[in-house]
Structure formats: C-alpha cells, structure tokens
Design a protein. Structure first.
Length: 291
C-alpha cells in the first residue's frame, strides 16, 4: 500500500555523528513500522508510513554509536504490537519496549508482552494522531499494568497541563513524557507554559522527560539551536529524570526528515558535562527499562 500523500521517509544516508556516546548508551525513543507485508498497519490509522523494519533500526543504532534501543509502539500499528514484539525478540537484551494496549487485552497478553521486554504502555493525547482513549479506560489499564512494574508513557502538549494535571497525578505508575511535552519555542523558555511544566516536574518526583524531537519544535531548522535552551533547562534541573532518543524513523515530519547524526550531535549541547551525558544516555534508561 502506498504511503500517505506527503509522508516524508526517513533520511536515507545520515551523517556520522561527531559526538561519541558513552559505552552502553541507549536510544530511548524509536519505532519500527512494518514491514507492511508481514505486519499490516492498523485499519483506523491516521497515516500510512514507509516501512521502517527492525533491521534498519538496528543498523542505524550501531552506526550512530548506541548500544540499545527502547522501541515505542507507533499509532499506525494501534494495539497490534506484533512488529514491536518481533523486534524485541530479535534484539535480545539490546532492546526494551513500550506497547499500546486496549482494555480488551488479556492478562496472558500482558504477560506475553512483559516476557518480550515491554516495560510500559503509551497513552496518546495528541488529537491529530489518535482518537484519545477515555480516561476511565486508561485508569483501568494503568491499574492492571502497575503490578508488572511498568510505567506509562504520555504524549501530550504541556499547554494542556491545567486540564490534564489531575488525571496524570491520579495514575498509579511513574510517568514518562514524550518529547519534552511539546514546548512552544515561540514562547521562549521563560514563557508561561514551559515554566508551568518545570514546576509540575518539580512537584511530581516520579515524572520523567524525554528531551527529544528538536526537529519537531524548531522555528529555524537544523542544527535546532533554538530548542537547546528548553532541553538543557530540563536536563540541568532534573538530571536523574531525563532520557534521550532519536525518534527514528521520524513519523509525520512536515518538511524534511532529520539527519540522525545531527540529532546525536545535539546531545553535548543539552547535557554539557560527561556526568549529565552518562545519566541521560546510560544510567537513567538502564534504571527505567533494564532494572
């Protein structure tokens, strides 16, 4: 099946990063798509991507200088986690996963995901990507995964914090927030929404942030220096509660697919000391996903 009109495939030939990640570094946010002939996309998906199979992901991991991946279920596969589980099993101990599940999943289904290396479920509140699951259903799913020691990955925009805050605080697991909770670069680091987000992180000690996806928020384009202050502010204030990832294969980019080498070269700009880099890339993801 053809890709959605205007869908931009991942960069075919990224540059080799100048920055060398520390030994054991984890790309803690990436995806696998298909291949569609083996793992069809969900009928109710909002977009059809290009195939981005596990083999390409693992080749890219090695090329960029990473040791492990955290593979996050993408909305184009909805609650069919077969491509994710297949990638996890192929990777052995070099990958962990975040699934997307419905309330209809059985306890046996959860155990199977757990055995494959899944450590969390993703709740998506970005309306253009998915029809949001009702909060009471999410609450029941959260109650079932908590005994497994899993966490919840939340994709939302922190402009919605006032509306979402009480619900997020009610969830019984640690929360990991995708993509810095979508900062508005135009507002600046001192803008109300970002400052409120920092205060929410201060107040909720089990909330973790992925300092990812500058290519989605930049106003000026690569090398995304206008996004650096946001990520650096989070890393410096919460060094034990940040993780990083490429977001490969970069679904739904509006203009161009980023050069993954450039994304890796942002790391020393947002985590400016060797200690911060080690926490960001090794200590924190290993604690969250491998311990």
């Amino acid at each position: 099946m053809a890709m959605s009109a205007g869908y931009i495939p991942f960069h075919p030939n990224p540059s080799k990063p100048k920055y060398k990640p520390p030994a054991g570094a984890v790309d803690a946010h990436c995806h696998v798509f298909g291949p569609e002939a083996v793992f069809p996309f969900a009928p109710k998906r909002k977009y059809t991507p290009c195939d981005a199979p596990k083999e390409t992901l693992f080749q890219r991991r090695d090329f960029l200088g990473f040791d492990k991946n955290v593979i996050v279920q993408a909305t184009c596969h909805d609650t069919d986690n077969r491509a994710l589980v297949d990638a996890l099993r192929s990777a052995g101990d070099k990958a962990r996963g975040v699934a997307f599940v419905g309330e209809d999943i059985t306890d046996a289904g959860l155990k199977e995901l757990d055995a494959a290396g899944v450590k969390g479920v993703r709740f998506n509140f970005i309306k253009r990507l998915v029809d949001s699951t009702p909060k009471d259903v999410m609450q029941r799913i959260a109650t079932r995964i908590a005994p497994l020691g899993w966490h919840i990955v939340v994709y939302f925009e922190h402009a919605d914090l006032d509306e979402m805050g009480p619900f997020l605080k009610s969830l019984p697991t640690p929360l990991v927030f995708d993509h810095m909770a979508c900062p508005n670069v135009k507002e600046g680091v001192d803008g109300k929404h970002f400052q409120n987000w920092l205060k929410a992180l201060d107040a909720n000690k089990t909330w973790i942030t992925k300092v990812t996806c500058p290519e989605r928020f930049t106003l000026v384009g690569p090398p995304y220096d206008d996004v650096v202050p946001f990520a650096r502010a989070i890393v410096e204030r919460f060094p034990d509660r940040v993780i990083w990832g490429t977001d490969w294969p970069h679904p739904n980019m509006p203009k161009e697919a980023p050069d993954d080498g450039l994304l890796v070269d942002m790391i020393p700009k947002i985590a400016t000391t060797a200690e911060q880099q080690h926490k960001l890339l090794v200590d924190n993801p290993m604690r969250i996903y491998w311990s």
